[in-house]
Design a protein around this ligand. Structure first.
Ligand code: NDP
Length: 283
């Protein structure tokens, strides 16, 4: 019989439709690489079962868990507190057990920012971001905290776009413009960083984002949150025009790195994690 000390520390992923989640391979690769006796378990939890799942994770001593939509917002009242980013973003993708408390964090935007900062510092820059959903909110808050010159939000749904712009102005005192997205958007010439934070391109390599490609200039950094396929049509077009590009896999790996740091205190090797993720995705 194994003693309780021999049991692994558990973290999990609570998602709706959990089958084939490639992040399991990525996080487990980090545990193996660093000799950690931990396991990351994938669990399919329907919205109506979230409260029971969180109670179960508490009772079973889980050290934390990730969440996908729609759990990212619904989980908030079930937790004991929120970190600063999760409070500002209004969503939690990573729960961390600190003592007896379950604390909600948001690592999506931090993962994006870490990728971006490897190629440029957004402070003082002009940023154009497509999208105003959950990923856009997380990205805009973290990038906004660095002090960009201006963020221009381009979104199809005006009420969502306006709400995000108002939120960023009120909570972060940022200069933010909202542009309703009708037809091909032409980037202002002083744009430094372009971000696709919509789901356009997810699982569809050839779907087109409505952007006038002639407005892309080689000095611009173009980033996409879409991670599958990593080389979206936008990134391929931007690279062909000489722009530096950042794929969504970097963001996905980095949010995983931060999660492992929060849970275990170990700073994991992102290369081992990216390799495992790419293998699981068949890239
Ligand atoms: P949401 O549903 O919250 O938001 C989707 C956004 O995409 C909205 O702004 C929506 O616009 C826009 N959109 C979707 N389809 C179209 C279209 N045909 N034309 C114009 N706009 C469109 O999704 P999330 O924000 O949660 O996720 C967005 C993407 O981010 C997904 O691909 C997801 O996989 C990815 N993601 C990546 C992560 C990573 O680590 N790389 C982490 C988290 C998310 P509207 O408001 O007008 O409907």
């Amino acid at each position: 019989m194994s003693s309780p000390d021999f049991l692994p520390s558990l973290v999990g992923s609570l998602s709706v439709g959990a089958a084939g989640n490639p992040t399991v391979a990525m996080v487990e690769a980090a545990f193996r690489h660093h000799g950690l006796h931990w396991r990351y378990v994938n669990m399919e939890v329907p919205p109506a079962g979230l409260a029971d799942a969180v109670r179960g994770a508490r009772a079973m001593g889980f050290r934390g868990f990730n969440l996908s939509m729609p759990h990212k917002v619904a989980v908030i009242p079930l937790l004991d507190g929120l970190g600063e980013s999760a409070t500002l973003i209004g969503a939690v993708n990573c729960v961390v057990r600190r003592g007896e408390q379950l604390i909600g964090e948001n690592t999506d935007g931090k993962g994006f920012l870490k990728s971006l900062q490897e190629v440029c510092d957004p402070r003082g820059k002009n940023i154009v971001m497509f999208g105003a959903g959950g990923a856009a909110r997380a990205v805009a808050v973290e990038v906004g905290l660095t002090g960009p010159k201006q963020i221009t939000i381009v979104n199809r749904d005006e009420s969502r776009g306006t709400a995000l712009a108002d939120h960023l102005r009120e909570r972060l005192a940022l200069s933010v413009a909202f542009v309703p997205w009708c037809g091909d958007y032409s980037l202002p010439t002083d744009t430094d960083i372009v971000i696709n934070a919509t789901s356009i391109g997810l699982y569809e390599a050839d779907v087109r984002l409505a952007l006038s490609l002639d407005s892309l200039k080689p000095n611009m950094v173009v980033a996409d949150v879409v991670f599958s396929p990593p080389q979206t049509r936008l990134l391929r077009a931007a690279a062909a025009r000489g722009c530096r590009t950042l794929d969504g896999l970097g963001m996905l790996v980095n949010q995983g790195v931060i999660g492992v740091q929060y849970w275990t205190g170990v700073n994991p090797d992102p290369t081992a994690m990216r390799r495992a993720l790419e293998e699981a995705m068949g890239i």
